[in-house]
Design a protein around this ligand. Structure first.
Ligand SMILES: [Zn+2]
Length: 183
């Protein structure tokens, strides 16, 4: 008997018999460095799902997994003991637009349209951008963020594109503070 036999998955508490096949929660996750079983590693609920540019590959951030190599990380923002939402953070990118998708609501169609148009305009202007879908405590509501790389060649055109649209004041403020980072 060695103490290796005492390792448990941090999420499901199942004993992890074989240390060589144990996963460890990745950097910039809630359980960073803690052992986790293969099933929990792959199946823990994503807090955020990110898409880089027009690449359709999903990059997941959960409590044990961070596919972005810690370029992004999440924190839980609680609005009361039962409710809240995940917020995304990055030191390489700035959030230029943040909204919420409500299922079965007309905002879903509007955001889909905004998503498609912004994607096309950002691609055309060579903006290095990331779209992020963020979990909330409301199963019918998902956060949708657009992030642009902290580089004037990405942030300036991103903010110019957003400024030409009728965007809520909150978005313009975000752009202004993002630009002061880039310049
Ligand atoms: Zn597990």
């Amino acid at each position: 008997m060695t103490d290796e036999n005492d390792i448990q998955c941090v999420l499901c508490e199942e004993e992890l018999p074989d240390r060589d096949r144990t996963y460890f929660a990745e950097p910039e996750t809630e359980y960073e460095g803690k052992p986790v079983c293969e099933v929990c590693y792959y199946e823990a609920d994503p807090a955020a799902t990110l898409y880089f540019g027009d690449d359709e590959t999903p990059y997941v951030i959960s409590s044990v997994r961070n596919d972005t190599d810690a370029q992004f990380w999440v924190s839980w923002h609680s609005t009361d003991p039962w409710r809240g939402y995940y917020e995304l953070h990055s030191s390489d990118y700035s959030c230029v637009l943040s909204d919420a998708i409500l299922a079965w609501h007309e905002s879903e169609a509007m955001l889909k349209e905004l998503n498609d148009r912004l994607m096309a305009e950002f691609e055309e202007a060579d903006v290095s951008h990331v779209r992020a879908f963020l979990r909330t405590s409301n199963v019918f509501s998902t956060g949708l963020d657009f992030w642009a790389k902290n580089d004037p060649l990405s942030l300036l055109p991103a903010c110019a594109i957003l400024a030409m649209r009728s965007t809520p004041p909150d978005t313009r403020d975000r752009c202004r503070s993002s630009l002061s980072i880039a310049t």
